[in-house]
Design a binder for this molecule. Structure first.
Ligand code: HEC
Ligand code: HEC
Length: 401
């Protein structure tokens, strides 16, 4: 297990300001986020938290408000945020997939393929580190720069402030910016701040598991799902070590936790070989730190809504296939649930075999799991019980356009 201590990270954060600085003029404002390192409990905002959920902490420079969340929703779905106005954040983060996109790898406005799979955004407010493998991504305010301005790969492809002019010229925005920031004009930083507030509002906690576990509805889970949950939380299963807690990940921070916890692990998916070498952007934490011991390490994803976030892993390598017609593109003709069941069966088989003998891996936790096929199916059923249908259709998170 790899733990990086906070003092190290605060040094790294300065690099981040330069590494991901899309627009130089905003450097000072963003430094405030890092220098402050103060995270505040927001006041005057109603999170509407599900039972069992702690209050998220937000950077003191960007407190939550209804007005910012609402503005952020418009911006998240607005194609003005891409250079050629063809894509928005929602092109790769789609509500019905819990804000993942159902593909192995997404492409940006130039067609360039992203080296990693789109992540879901359920409960993103609680992650201490964002993205699959970048410990420099400490908050949503700074992360938004990557899809907006990033060039490796190009996502929304912005190169200047033209998008701000487009927003200011649209009559719906000045009153919304006024309400959110006390100033009717958009600017690059306020756009990112509003996007961050909207994403923090994406709380998901009404799955069948939540009803069983936090709402005391003992009939919400079937016998099979309960058996699967027991294996998940057992010392044989080991799953809970990396995917534990209310958000099913070990990288979390909130009002009840003392410190910002974050870890990176290798679960044996990584398959770099002499004959089939991987590029650095597929090598996990190594891509950022350059340490050989970090090859193949990724953040353990939150398993919330896992039933709709296939294909799985940073490389989308576990996807459903059409067993009757292998020439068809994966998943065509199947329901979402069948697709997820297919892909999750492959995931559990991977763990069952002790990580397919790929190395490197966390050998103390990724090891042969002695279960039979019916117990494997119980685990798949448990994972499918983590889907929160309400979240996938809640109009609060839907496109306003
Ligand atoms: C071209 C597709 C694409 C677009 C457009 C896109 N994203 Fe993403 N998003 C991704 C991918 C791929 C990842 C994983 C990134 C990585 O590991 O480096 C990701 C990761 C994230 C994460 C991290 C989630 C986590 O669990 O850590 C957040 C937050 C996010 N995106 C927000 C946004 C916002 C906000 C926008 C619009 C400004 C946006 N994305 C636009 C593909 C996209
Ligand atoms: C040592 C830590 C660790 C353990 C133990 C572990 N996982 Fe994982 N899990 C990870 C990491 C890291 C990833 C992402 C790997 C990647 O993308 O290459 C992952 C990915 C997944 C995914 C895909 C998530 C997604 O969004 O793509 C599922 C499902 C999953 N694990 C389920 C389980 C189950 C079930 C168990 C127990 C049998 C388990 N994990 C045990 C670390 C772990």
């Amino acid at each position: 297990m790899n733990r990086i201590y906070l003092f190290l990270i605060s040094i790294l954060q300065f690099h981040c300001v330069f590494l991901f600085d899309g627009l130089d003029t905003k450097k000072d404002n963003d430094s405030q986020i890092f220098l402050a390192l103060l995270w505040n409990q927001p006041e005057g905002y109603n999170w509407n938290l599900p039972p069992g959920f702690p209050t998220p902490v937000v950077p003191s420079v960007n407190p939550m408000s209804e007005a910012k969340v609402e503005l952020g929703r418009f911006l998240f779905y607005d194609r003005s945020l891409s250079r050629d106005q063809s894509m928005s954040c929602s092109s790769c983060h789609i509500q019905e997939f819990a804000f993942a996109d159902g593909k192995d790898f997404p492409s940006g406005i130039t067609g360039e393929v992203h080296p990693r799979n789109s992540q879901h955004l359920s409960n993103v407010a609680y992650h201490t580190r964002l993205t699959w493998n970048n410990p420099l991504m400490t908050n949503l305010e700074i992360q938004a720069r990557v899809p907006m301005f990033g060039a490796t790969p190009v996502e929304l492809g912005l190169q200047n402030n033209d998008f701000v002019n487009r927003l200011n010229a649209n009559p719906i925005y000045p009153p919304m910016f006024q309400r959110a920031f006390g100033d009717p004009s958009a600017n690059e930083q306020n756009v990112r701040f509003a996007l961050a507030s909207f994403q923090r509002s994406m709380i998901s906690g009404n799955s069948k598991f939540d009803q069983y576990n936090f709402r005391n509805n003992r009939s919400a889970l079937t016998e099979s799902e309960i058996r699967g949950m027991r294996i998940f939380n057992s010392e044989d299963g080991e799953c809970f070590h990396c995917h534990g807690g209310f958000n099913f990940t070990d990288t979390a921070f909130h009002g009840n936790s003392g410190s910002q916890e974050f870890f990176y692990h290798s679960n044996g998916i990584h398959s770099d070989t002499y004959y089939l070498p991987l590029s650095n952007d597929k090598k996990g934490l190594f891509d950022v730190t350059g340490n050989a011991s970090d090859i193949g390490k990724f953040r353990a994803p939150s398993l919330r809504n896992i039933g709709v976030t296939y294909p799985y892993m940073h490389d989308g390598s576990f996807m459903c296939d059409d067993a009757n017609n292998p020439s068809k593109p994966a998943g065509i003709g199947k329901t979402k649930k069948d697709c997820a069941r297919d892909a999750l069966t492959k995931v559990i088989n991977h763990y069952r075999l002790g990580g397919q003998s790929h190395s490197p891996k966390d050998t103390n936790l990724i090891k042969i799991l002695p279960i039979n096929d019916s117990q494997r199916d119980d685990m798949v059923n448990f994972l499918l019980s983590l889907t929160d249908e309400e979240f996938l259709t809640n109009p609060k998170f839907a496109s306003p356009f």
